[in-house]
Structures are given as structure tokens and as C-alpha cells.
Design a protein around this ligand. Structure first.
Ligand code: MN
Length: 489
């Protein structure tokens, strides 16, 4: 991978933009990472370049690709976020900051799955582009997983399969989801993976190609006659989804007929339905296998017509019919959406509700702080997420203080809290927390009772209840009823 390839890819999608900043970022990152190497033995800079390239492929904007090149600089080199801000401006620095923060979140098994999802959303609320950089970072790390010790391979593959791949699905970035899943599959179930791969790549390849050529020969002349401009591509289901299907339906590989699909990409929605009609006149449709995701898109915004017909030799074949725009969206998800948005205003009706909300809000606010605040209110319903120094995300109501956080961790931590450190700075216990603050509570072993004054500022029921309860139990509380004059105060 070279910076020239990254720049070329970017120019392909943005012919009028000036890519100079990419070269500057490269010089900066290459210098910062000088002398560092990946486990593969390659110079470290190859990794961020790959990430930037993947981002350019997804048609990310200039700031995102720049941040991709710089994404490991603050964490792994002498250069700081401040340096990045000076050299490349606030937008790029903030994206890198988001990545660095996301990197601090640790994975601790399936039971934290939901929590981790939330963490990703938290990052997204700050800027969705952060998630795209993180995904590309993960994809390249998965592709170079061979060089890590086996234990680490397993952990990373599991984390990717349980967290990253589903989120890619939620965001509608199918290509990324498939790539990640197949890579995970290879590391988590090597035997099954290699068996399927062999059947798929070796045993059935020639036969399969013949079959699809026959279909193409049948349909292409008719489409030409009808003057329907089209591209046809053969789409294979990715190995992991075949494996899952075989497992859930207890079938053999050659019994899974919708492993392959023919994708027909046309100019407009009208042509989609025309092509559907043509297919159904050539081959008999299988009952109950027609889905109109154009009229009724999937919840994640996916649009296409799907139909399965009895093709040549009576073998079932799935067709997916869609416009070019739908096609790009299905590959790049939200990223494609931005690309189109930049080109022209278009309806966002087929986006999932919460993504639509985020996009709408993002449009409304140019100022990032306002944006984050609005997201808090509208999407997260007045909840904030703060992080423990170990990377656990703690959900709190807006306005919560360090004491609420302490009690959210554990009653003991709350009771014995004496000081709080927020984002590496010592602060007051009544300090209000903001989204993505990193909070640490200093406790004192001998202090086992909370301060009643805390009731004046805590926001959570949990903290309030605990403080009241312990205040009752305090020796002073229990003796004061015997002290005349205090009791009725
Ligand atoms: Mn990285």
C-alpha cells in the first residue's frame, strides 16, 4: 500500500478536490511511526495507509481519510492530539480523538454485548465517521490476524463477530459485514471454514460458472430488445452465512439453493419492475419467494426486488434487482448515503428511524457541541455514557455527578468516595459529567459512610437511596434521638 494509491482512489471519487492534505498527513504519520513495525514485519505506516485506502473505497470525505492515516498517532507515538490539531485542524483532530477513545473500550465477553453496542452508538453520536474509521481499522487488523498469537486471534475474532459485524449490519454496510464475518469464521471455526471453502472454490466452481452463463445467455438479449440498460453480476453468499444456514436448517452445502444470486442493476425503479416481469415470463417463480423491498424497505434501509425462480434444469435461482443507487447503498450503507447527499438532496425515507434522526440533527447543527447535545436529548433520551478508566461504559441521566457515577459502579465505591478524577483532572464530587468523560473515583478505605450533603446534588435514585440508607445507619443518627433538642429538629 502506498499514499499514491490512497490519493488515486480519493481522486477517482472526488475529481475536483485537492488531496494535498493526505500527503501531508502521510508525511506526518510516517515520521511519527518511524522505526515501528507491525507483527507481520512490515513498517507500521502500512496499516494506517490501508485503513485510509479502505475509507477512500467507501467514498469517505477528505477529513475522514486524513484521520484514517493519522488514527494511531496519538496512542502509539510521541506526537499528541494537540500536535494533530495544530497541523490538520479541529475536525481531523476530533475524529482521531474519537478513535483513540473508542480504542480505550475493552471487550469482556458476550454478556457485555449490549453494553458494547451502546458504546459504539455513543461514539457515533459524537460523529458517525469515527465508526467508519474504526471499522476499517478492524478490517485491516482482521486481515493481518495471522501474525498474532492464537489466543489473541480468537479474542479479536470473537469480538469482531459479536460486535463489529452486527453494527455494520445495522448501519447497512453489507460488504464490510460479510468481509468481517468470513474472516472471523476462518479463525473461529477453521475446520468448517476450510471444508466449505473447498466445496465452494474447487468442487463446484466450473459447474456453477456454466450454470450462470446459461442464465445470462437467456436473459441478456431480451433486456437488450427492451432497451433496458443493465449490469449483471453473480453474487455468492458469503461463506459464514452459508454455514449459518446449513446449521440452522440442517442441510448440506449443495442443498442450499440461495447460496448464489444474480444481481441485475438497472437505471431506475421502473426498470426494476420491468426486469422482474421479464424474469417471471422466462422462468416460473417459486411461490412465496418474491420480496418487494423497494415498496417496503428493510428496517436498515435496504432496497431491492428479490425473487427466486425455477431456472435452467429446474434449479432454483435467486435474482436481486435494483438501481445503481440502491446497489451502492447496499454496499456502503450510510457512507453511500452521505456521498449521494453531497451530490443532491434526496429523500431519507428509507433510512432506519434512528439513523434518519441522527442525519437530520447533524444537518441542523454545524456546531459539534450543539449537535452532541441534541443527540443526547433526542436519540439517547437524556442519557449520557461515561467511561471508567478500564473502558466500561456507564449509563447515567443527564446532569449526573461523579457521586452518581460512584454509586453506579458499586455502593461501596459511593460510600467511600473522597475525590473524583475526570479526564485526568481532579475535580469536585458534585461535578456534572458529560458524555464520554473518563471518570475515576478515589476511595478511602476507612470511610464507610456517605456525606448527607450529597443528597443536594445527586441525580440518580440509586445514589439517593444509598445515601439515605447509610445516613440513617450512621452512629450519630442512631444516637441523636437520645439527645434532647436534636430529635425534633
Ligand atoms: Mn489501527
Amino acid at each position: 500500500m502506498t499514499i499514491d494509491r490512497v490519493i488515486k482512489k480519493f481522486i477517482d471519487n472526488n475529481p475536483t478536490s485537492d488531496p494535498e492534505i493526505l500527503r501531508l498527513a502521510y508525511d506526518f504519520a510516517a515520521e511519527a511511526h518511524r522505526g515501528q513495525f507491525r507483527k507481520s514485519g512490515e513498517p507500521y505506516i502500512i496499516h494506517p495507509l490501508y485503513v485510509a485506502y479502505l475509507l477512500a473505497e467507501m467514498k469517505a470525505d477528505l477529513a475522514t481519510i486524513t484521520a484514517g492515516i493519522l488514527h494511531d498517532v496519538p496512542e502509539d507515538t510521541e506526537r499528541t492530539l494537540e500536535d494533530l490539531k495544530k497541523e490538520f485542524g479541529t475536525e481531523v483532530a476530533n475524529l482521531v480523538k474519537g478513535i483513540t477513545k473508542l480504542g480505550k473500550i475493552k471487550y469482556r465477553g458476550l454478556e457485555r454485548y449490549r453494553e458494547n453496542l451502546k458504546k459504539m452508538f455513543l461514539a457515533m453520536a459524537m460523529d458517525v465517521r469515527v465508526i467508519f474509521i474504526k471499522f476499517c481499522d478492524r478490517l485491516h487488523n482482521m486481515r493481518t490476524l495471522d501474525y498474532l498469537p492464537e489466543e489473541k486471534q480468537q479474542r479479536i475474532a470473537k469480538e469482531t463477530l459479536e460486535i463489529y459485524a452486527p453494527i455494520a449490519g445495522i448501519l447497512g454496510i453489507w460488504r464490510l459485514k460479510w468481509q468481517l464475518e468470513d474472516l472471523c469464521f476462518k479463525y473461529l471455526y477453521p475446520e468448517e471454514y476450510h471444508k466449505l471453502e473447498y466445496e465452494y472454490e474447487v468442487e463446484q466452481k466450473a459447474e456453477r460458472n456454466d450454470f450462470f452463463n446459461t442464465i445470462k445467455k437467456n436473459i441478456t438479449p431480451i433486456l437488450k430488445d427492451q432497451k433496458i440498460q443493465n449490469e449483471i453480476e453473480v453474487r455468492f453468499k458469503h461463506l459464514y452465512s452459508i454455514y449459518q444456514k446449513m446449521k440452522s436448517k440442517d442441510r448440506r452445502f449443495d442443498e442450499i439453493y440461495d447460496v448464489f444470486a444474480l444481481r441485475i442493476i438497472v437505471q431506475d425503479v421502473n426498470d426494476c419492475y420491468k426486469v422482474l416481469g421479464i424474469i417471471h415470463t422466462i422462468w416460473k417463480p417459486r411461490p412465496n419467494r418474491f420480496k418487494d423491498y423497494i415498496a417496503v424497505p428493510k428496517p436498515n434501509g435496504y432496497r431491492s426486488l428479490h425473487t427466486t425462480v425455477f431456472g435452467p434444469e429446474g434449479k432454483p435461482v435467486e435474482f436481486q434487482i435494483r438501481t445503481k443507487e440502491m446497489h451502492e447503498e447496499s454496499i456502503y450503507g450510510l457512507a453511500a448515503h452521505w456521498h449521494y447527499k453531497a451530490k443532491r438532496q434526496e429523500s431519507t425515507d428509507h433510512q432506519p428511524a434512528w439513523i434518519k434522526e441522527i442525519i437530520d440533527i447533524q444537518k441542523e447543527f454545524s456546531n459539534t457541541n450543539d449537535f452532541v447535545h441534541k443527540i443526547q436529548l433526542d436519540v439517547f433520551h437524556n442519557r449520557i455514557f461515561v467511561l471508567s478508566p478500564k473502558g466500561d461504559a456507564i449509563e447515567l441521566p443527564e446532569g449526573a455527578t461523579t457521586i452518581d457515577y460512584a454509586y453506579a459502579i458499586h455502593t461501596k465505591v459511593g460510600n467511600s468516595a473522597v475525590r473524583a478524577i475526570v479526564n485526568e483532572k481532579i475535580c469536585r464530587l458534585d461535578q456534572e459529567l458529560k458524555n464520554s468523560d473518563v471518570v475515576e473515583i478515589i476511595t478511602e478505605k476507612n470511610k464507610i459512610h456517605p456525606n448527607k450533603d450529597w443528597l443536594k446534588f445527586v441525580k440518580t435514585k440509586r445514589a439517593r437511596d444509598a445515601i439515605k440508607q447509610h445516613a440513617k445507619k450512621s452512629p450519630f443518627e442512631s444516637i441523636k434521638k437520645y439527645i434532647p433538642g436534636i430529635r425534633n429538629k
